[in-house]
Structure formats: C-alpha cells, structure tokens
Design a protein around this ligand. Structure first.
Ligand SMILES: [Zn+2]
Length: 263
C-alpha cells in the first residue's frame, strides 16, 4: 500500500524584520529606513519607477545576501547556529524554520512541489519587499531537496508567484494602516481559501506582521477551515514556538513547543 503524506500549506503573516531587524548590518538597515521614508506616501498601486525601483532591487539583493550568510551557517551547524544568530535574520524565517525542523512540532519539512508556503504581505512597498526577501530565503532554505521550479525571486519579482508552486507572495489589499483597512476581512478570506485549495493540512504562522490581522486569522481558523488549523507564534526572545489550538467548544489549548536543542 502506498502511504501518501498530507500536503500542507503554511500561511505566514509578514512584517518588516527582514529589512529593519535591529541586528542586521547597519548599512543595510540604514538604507532600508531611507527607502521606507521615501516611499511612505506612495500607494502600492502606483508602481515605483526610475531610481526608486532601482533602489528597491538593490535593497532586495543586499538583504537576501545578508540573511543568506546566516542561513548557510544554520544549514551547516543547525540549532546552535540559529541560537547565536536569530536576531540577525527575520522573524518569519526563524519561526518557520523551527516549525519545519523541530521534531516536537510534528509538522515536518516542506517539500518543493508538494507543500506550499504563502507569505501574506501588507499593502505597502516596504511590506511587499520584505515578503519577497522572505520568499527568496524560504525558496532556498526551507524546501527539502530544493524546489526545481526555476523561479528566481530576485529576477522575477512578484512574477515568481506564477512559476513557483511552493512559495507564494500575496499582497493583502487593505492590510495597510492608512486606508482601506475595512476591506481586509474579505480579501484575506479569499486569498487563504484560494491558496489552500487541494491541501489537506492548513497552518498559520502569526509571528510577523500586522497585529490587526490576527483576529481575522483566528476567525478563519475557527469558521472557514473545517479542521480548525492551529496558529503558531514565536516571540523574538524565545527559541521556542507557541501553538494555539482552537476548540469548537471550551478553551483553546496553548502549548509551548521545543526549547531544547536538537538533533
Ligand atoms: Zn519554486
């Protein structure tokens, strides 16, 4: 008998720590702050052009390179390296890595072509850029055995979405502080239902990103997905992840997973 593993989809809410985390190289962080200040008043629907678009692409490759050094170290030395350098990389990567690799989480590694990670980005230029940086890193480091789809998140930008079946960036319309916040509910639901179609196991990583989205993600888990997918959260000071499982009746079960090193 052939036993097929459940295909899983992980939704990851994304903030800006990939570009603005305190321990990133000072030069990169400074440039990211300048970029954020300069594009602040541009609606994301208005595409960046000229020097601003050039700065965005430069920032993208610089950020990916800075994080890549950390993750190459983690690939070589595992947990010990992560414990050392957790603050030099993004909250989304660290938490998703812990979920995928720690034996206690029971989620198991993500496989290219079979599983999917969906980055839920805020509707701003800096938010989209941070999501792309995370997508490039997840594509390289979190898919067991690589992906083999040929997508390049640097060259293809958001066009990589169409090429790669396993890592997706979704800009959530309305997930933005200045306007349109009222639209977020319907948008988020539509995106999550569409991206989860055909996947048996749904998971949410709510570590990063806009906190206003969390009640909606909780509602999605309770009311939209039949098996009530768990929510995972990692605090930046902790090398462990909290799992929140919502029950149909009674209190949610909250448990802390994995503090001790492995393997
Ligand atoms: Zn791919």
């Amino acid at each position: 008998m052939v036993v097929t593993e459940e295909r899983k989809v992980l939704f990851v809410t994304v903030g800006t720590t990939a570009l603005l985390a305190e321990m990133l190289p000072a030069e990169l962080r400074w440039r990211a702050q300048q970029f954020e200040a300069d594009v602040k008043n541009w609606a994301r629907s208005k595409p960046l052009s000229g020097p601003l678009a050039g700065r965005r692409e430069q920032l993208y490759s610089e950020a990916v390179n800075a994080h890549r050094d950390v993750w190459l170290g983690v690939e070589r030395n595992g947990f010990a390296e992560l414990a050392q350098s957790m603050k030099q990389t993004s909250a989304e990567m660290t938490s998703s890595y812990l979920l995928a690799t720690h034996p206690k989480h029971g989620i198991g590694k993500f496989r290219g072509g079979r599983d999917r990670m969906v980055l839920l980005a805020s509707d701003t230029h800096i938010g989209e850029l941070a999501a792309r940086v995370n997508a490039g890193l997840m594509h390289q480091f979190l898919l067991e055995g690589g992906c083999g789809c040929g997508a390049d998140f640097l060259k293809d930008g958001l066009g990589a979405n169409g090429k790669c079946p396993s890592v997706k960036v979704e800009v959530v319309e309305g997930m933005e502080a200045k306007e349109g916040l009222g639209r977020i509910g319907g948008t988020l639901k539509e995106i999550c239902q569409r991206q989860a179609e055909g996947y048996e196991k749904v998971l949410f990583n709510i570590t990063g990103g806009y906190k206003g989205a969390i009640p909606l993600v909780t509602w999605l888990s309770l009311e939209v997905f039949g098996k009530r997918p768990p929510l995972f959260y990692q605090h930046e000071e902790m090398l462990s992840v909290v799992r929140i499982s919502l029950a149909a009746e009674g209190e949610p079960v909250v448990d802390e997973l994995g503090v001790e090193p492995w393997p």
